[in-house]
Design a protein around this ligand. Structure first.
Ligand SMILES: C[S@@+](CC[C@H](N)C(=O)[O-])C[C@H]1O[C@@H](n2cnc3c(N)ncnc32)[C@H](O)[C@@H]1O
Length: 216
């Protein structure tokens, strides 16, 4: 059952990325400025500035992080085709990045990062079991004192994304979900709203939650 769901998810995202150009995807950003500003605020670039972009897809965040001297950097996504496309865009610079083709709900990290970034992935997890697996991965992957930036559709945002149903959040409701699964593992340090304008000009309300991994 779980394997069937994961296989369907892999097919869905493979089809999405093979059907459309990067710039035609509703979540496309030529420059992921809001994410970058938050990352720079919570983790200055330099030695030990390890970042993982969860569900990074073809996002240009990795390009900008490399330019600014972040590293080690990892990009995880269920769609191998999306990662391959980002690698082609980066050329030789792609070798400096760890590319992880995996479903976040079935992935176990082999190291820790100082910062976890997720833009528009957690909201696809509509079952408690999936969210618990995501939170378990987050707990294991973020070093004590590290941060997680999790952007999802806001409570008044769209009800679907890429043709799939989503769960919508406020920073408080997202934190409550995480804290119920991993009590005391994270502290809510910032919550804000953001309006994303899609390439077609539609406005999508997002919320962005910043969590800090407790030192326990
Ligand atoms: C809406 S897109 C956002 C992409 C990227 N974060 C950005 O902001 O441009 C969602 C991404 O999450 C990936 N994804 C969806 N479900 C996933 C899962 N269970 N595990 C890992 N990646 C997933 C998709 O392949 C897709 O690249």
């Amino acid at each position: 059952m779980v394997e069937r769901q994961q296989a369907a998810r892999v097919r869905h995202w493979r089809d999405v990325y093979s059907a459309r150009e990067e710039g035609a995807l509703s979540w496309f950003e030529a420059r992921p400025q809001v994410s970058l500003d938050l990352i720079e605020h919570y983790l200055p670039p330099g030695e030990g500035a390890a970042v993982i972009d969860v569900g990074g897809g073809t996002s240009r965040l990795v390009d900008a992080l490399l330019e600014r001297g972040y590293g080690p950097i990892a990009v995880l996504d269920i769609a191998g085709a999306a990662l391959a496309s980002a690698q082609r865009r980066l050329g030789p610079d792609a070798d400096a990045v760890t590319w992880i083709a995996a479903d976040i709900t079935g992935w176990q990290p082999s190291r820790q990062w100082a910062l976890w970034h997720d833009r528009a992935v957690f909201h696809f997890l509509t079952e408690e079991r999936e969210r618990a697996a995501y939170v378990a991965a987050m707990v294991a992957a973020i070093r004590p004192g590290g941060r997680a930036i999790v952007a999802t559709f806001a409570e008044d945002g769209p009800e679907t994304c890429s043709g799939l149903p989503v769960c919508r959040y406020t920073p408080a409701s997202l934190f409550a979900k995480v804290d119920r699964t991993a009590p005391g593992a994270f502290r809510l340090i910032e919550g804000r709203r953001h309006v994303h304008v899609t390439p077609k000009g539609n406005r999508q309300n997002f919320q962005i939650t910043v969590l800090q991994r407790e030192r326990q």
